[in-house]
Ligand binder design. Sequence first.
Ligand code: IDC
Length: 342
Amino acid sequence: MMLRTVCKALIILSLAVWIPGYQSLAASAPLSNMPAPVPCPSVTGPLHVEGTKLCGRDGSPVQLRGISTHGLAWFPDYVNEECFSQLKTQWDVNVIRLALYTAEYNGYCTGGDQNQLKTLVHNGVQYAASQDMYVIIDWHILSDSNPNQHIAEASAFFDEMSRTYAGYNNVLYEICNEPNGGTSWDDIKVYADTIINVIRKNDKDGVIIVGTPNWSQYVDEAARDPITGFDNIMYSLHFYAATHKEDLRNKMAAAIEAGLPIFVTEYGICDASGNGSIDTVQARQWIDLMDQNQISYVAWNLSNKNETSAILNSSCAKTSGFTESDLSDSGRWIYQMLTEKN
Ligand code: IDC
């Protein structure tokens, strides 16, 4: 009896010695059940860029995962602190993107009430700050396909924003959502040079994200000829999983390999119209690739518009305190994906 117990103990002991990882697995098992901490400004501090990575104040890589508003002019009511708080505490979201359309439907440069729109941006930044979240101020060009079209308005806007937020540790500037049409990378560089200089006069080191040609897909062109002379510049890549698949993923992987710091400031799990069917198989492959490379990503969009990319059902009239039945199919998938690690 005694001998059997001693033998058992010896077998266990030798297993622990000979199987690599046996001991550490046993020792770390309870730890792996602990939620991974979600980076937030009070802990990771102001962000900067090192090589291809977005990093926190101690130099370690930080991945932001968040949600974008729809156009602030059309869906202003989701800019409220209860809503941001729920996204932070229940969705593990650590960044909110504030989409300020420049041209469409009362856009900032096409007749929109600029003061009202700026108030929404300011409120959004404050709510994000008080909820300890990062926030992206997005100059959302779209039908005005070349950002140089409204460069004077953009300069004045980013001058004001960077003067106001230079001392904040949670603000990122996205200076042109999606250049498109015939807009070349050279056109974008001319625009970016002007706007980055405007921002840098006030805010010496805030992260600035630059859109790339063809609706922020041609990161290869940026990788071949990146912006020089400034620190903390990133480049955006946007995808919609039912439309953009392996080709664009390969483009992203190659650009990272070439040393380009990429931020996916907008993605959807449906098609590029923001509507149509959902492709969760492709979406999962995108998420895996971005997670492996610690690329930050922000989902389009926080609204109840009757379109697949909206994360709320069109029947949901609430602007905070959402329950699972308030979520659309996109919303449910994104919620589960964001929270599955924890
Ligand atoms: C779409 C909205 C839609 C709105 C349209 C305006 O989902 O409700 O009517 O813009 O033209 C983008 C853009 C983003 C688009 C989205 C879906 O950045 O503004 O939103 N999309 O089409 N790029 C690729 C897809």
